[in-house]
Structure formats: structure tokens, C-alpha cells
Design a protein around this ligand. Structure first.
Ligand code: FES
Length: 337
């Protein structure tokens, strides 16, 4: 039997099916609730139950402590309803969010290609088009694994039913080695999405600086292609950090874009370059950005996607260069490898 879920302070009302989590019900009906891991581990989706009763489900004691349980809190990603419920959530209004309802879509793998020795590109033709904002991610359901894995969409929304995922190999992970070894053209796969609030804040109307490292290039690629295709004339700069030229991918595509669009600048940065013929930047993206921006980042919007160490170093550099936290955006999903 379905129950009613009312969300304060927005006043949104959604229907929750028996056994369905509060988060799943809200997102499927286009109502945003904060979330990151979707599996009761991080605490991002914590909400207070003001009225009614919920079953806490599989919430970890790390993410939802005993005292919080006693005070009437639950995790929206694990809690299911017992009867009609009113909750209070800490929701930031984002004027750039389209709040697209998530859904499950099946598709067929139509291409696989190693983009670097460690990053696999997968192209999937979906049975129906996925509506999303460039920068968002999907959950990819892997056969034999209980939890889906989250991957950013590397394609821009204009590619229709065809989506692209860039999957970095985490050698001691479980699902990414399996995907690298086993996924083949013709396989049928289910995805769920779109998720996340990492997208261009167009309402800000400010120049953009993207920092990408490893397979973290997926979201910036999608966002930059989308902006350029949609006629954005604001300056856009992409810093792409990689160890060496072998691990730099889509470099030719970005160099072509640089020639085609006056407002786009591509700056690949190699941290372990051993090729004397390389004439580009070397070192770390944060240091190169500081040098090229003269340590002055005020007036921009920054978007970061990559390994935590890279992101932390870039955030420090940006803040030292007078860019405030509200203008620094990072991707915040957590997914097992
Ligand atoms: Fe619910 Fe992480 S605990 S999203």
C-alpha cells in the first residue's frame, strides 16, 4: 500500500510504495533530496521525521548514530515508510537544477575502447533517451554485484540515446576489474539516473575553469561540449592533469575545439613526463593554474573532478587566489570500485 511523504520546508508531497526508500520515491518523482552514497554509509541524506513512522532499514551506525535515531532522524536512502510521514530535510535551493525524475533504462553496449591503459570507454545505446544535465551521473547495474556502481556521463545531452561512460580501473576494486574484463559489445545493461547536482551554474554567468584528473574528465567533457554546442560565449578553460601522454585522452578533440571556439582554452598538464618532445605544461594542475591566472581566480566559477588529492590541492590554490567556496563546485558521489 502506498503512503504519503511530505517534505518540509519545501512542502513537496510524493507517494512512497511499500519497501521503497524515501530517497528513491522522491528522486523518481523529480523531488530533490540531498544524497551521495545511496547506501546508508555517508549520512548526506539524513532527515528528521516530524510525523509518522519509518523503518530505518540498513542504516549504518556510523552514518546514523544511536542518539540521532532516538531524536527521530533517519537516512532517506535506507528508510521505508510504515505510514504517512512528514520529514524535514536540509535542502539548498539550486536555481540551475532541473530536478529531472530518475528512471531505470535498459540499453545495449555498442562499443568498447581503451581510452588509456587504465580507462575503458563504453558506449551504450539506451532503449529510450535519458534526460539529464551535463555533469550528472548514472548508476550502472553490474551482473553479480548487489550495489550498482556510479559513473559520470561523458557524453553531452545532445547525443540522444547513446551514452558514454569512462571507467577507470581500480585494481583492488571488485566491479571495475570485472567490467574491464567482461563487458562486451552486444551486452544488455540497466542504468538508473540521472543523479547529482554537478552541472554548470549558468545563472551565475561567470567564466568557467574546469580541473580534471584521471577518469574525472567525464563530467567536464560533457559540460564543456554542452556549453559550446549551446552557444556559450563565456571564457572556458580546461586543465587536464595526467601522469604522461599515454594517460592523456581526448587531447586531440580538445585541441580541435580550441581551434574552433575562441572562448575555449585547453591546458593538459603532465606530472611525470619523460618525453623531451613534450612542449606543454608539466607539474601539477593547481601550480600551473596559479601561474597562468597570476594567482587571481576571483570572478570565475570552478568545477573540479578527479582524485581527492588533486581536488584538495586545487581548492586550496583557488581559495588562496580569492575564489570563495560558493564558486567552487565538486562532484560528490561515493561509489564502491
Ligand atoms: Fe544516504 Fe549516503 S547515507 S546517501
Amino acid at each position: 500500500m502506498a503512503c504519503k511523504l511530505e517534505i518540509e520546508p519545501t512542502g513537496d508531497i510524493v507517494e512512497v510504495q511499500e519497501g521503497q526508500t524515501l530517497l528513491d520515491a522522491a528522486l523518481r518523482q523529480g523531488v530533490y533530496l540531498p544524497h551521495a552514497c545511496n547506501h546508508g554509509l555517508c549520512g548526506t541524506c539524513k532527515v528528521e521525521v516530524l510525523e509518522g513512522e519509518v523503518d530505518l532499514g540498513d542504516a549504518s551506525y556510523f552514518a546514523l548514530m544511536e542518539s540521532e535515531r532516538e531524536d527521530g532522524y533517519c537516512l532517506a536512502c535506507t528508510a521505508t515508510v510504515v505510514d504517512d510521514v512528514v520529514i524535514e530535510a536540509d535542502i539548498d535551493v539550486d536555481v540551475d537544477a532541473r530536478n529531472i525524475p530518475i528512471k531505470d533504462i535498459w540499453g545495449t553496449v555498442i562499443k568498447r575502447e581503451m581510452l588509456t591503459p587504465r580507462i575503458l570507454g563504453l558506449w551504450i545505446e539506451l532503449d529510450e533517451e535519458l534526460d539529464f544535465q551535463a555533469g550528472q551521473y548514472i548508476n550502472y547495474h553490474v551482473p553479480g554485484f548487489d550495489e550498482p556502481r556510479a559513473f559520470s556521463l561523458a557524453n553531452q545531452p545532445s547525443t540522444g540515446k547513446i551514452i558514454e561512460l569512462n571507467i577507470g580501473l581500480i585494481p583492488d576494486g571488485e566491479a571495475t576489474p570485472w567490467i574491464h574484463q567482461n563487458v562486451k559489445v552486444g551486452d544488455r545493461r540497466k542504468i538508473t539516473g540521472p543523479f547529482g547536482r554537478f552541472f554548470v551554474k549558468r545563472s551565475a554567468n561567470k567564466p568557467m575553469i574546469f580541473f580534471a584528473g584521471g577518469s574525472g574528465l567525464s563530467s567536464p567533457k560533457s559540460m564543456i561540449l554542452d556549453e559550446l554546442e549551446n552557444g556559450c560565449t563565456l571564457p572556458i578553460t580546461l586543465f587536464h592533469g595526467a601522469r604522461n601522454e599515454e594517460e592523456l585522452y581526448y587531447a586531440d578533440m580538445f585541441r580541435d575545439l580550441e581551434k574552433k571556439y575562441d572562448n575555449f582554452k585547453y591546458i593538459p598538464v603532465l606530472s611525470n613526463n619523460e618525453n623531451p618532445a613534450w612542449s606543454g605544461e608539466v607539474g601539477f594542475t593547481n601550480d600551473v593554474a596559479k601561474k597562468l591566472y597570476n594567482n587571481q581566480f576571483a570572478g570565475n566559477k570552478a568545477y573540479l573532478c578527479g582524485p581527492p588529492m588533486m581536488s584538495e590541492a586545487c581548492i586550496t590554490a583557488l581559495m588562496q587566489g580569492r575564489l570563495f567556496e560558493k564558486d567552487i563546485h565538486t562532484e560528490k558521489f561515493f561509489s564502491k570500485a
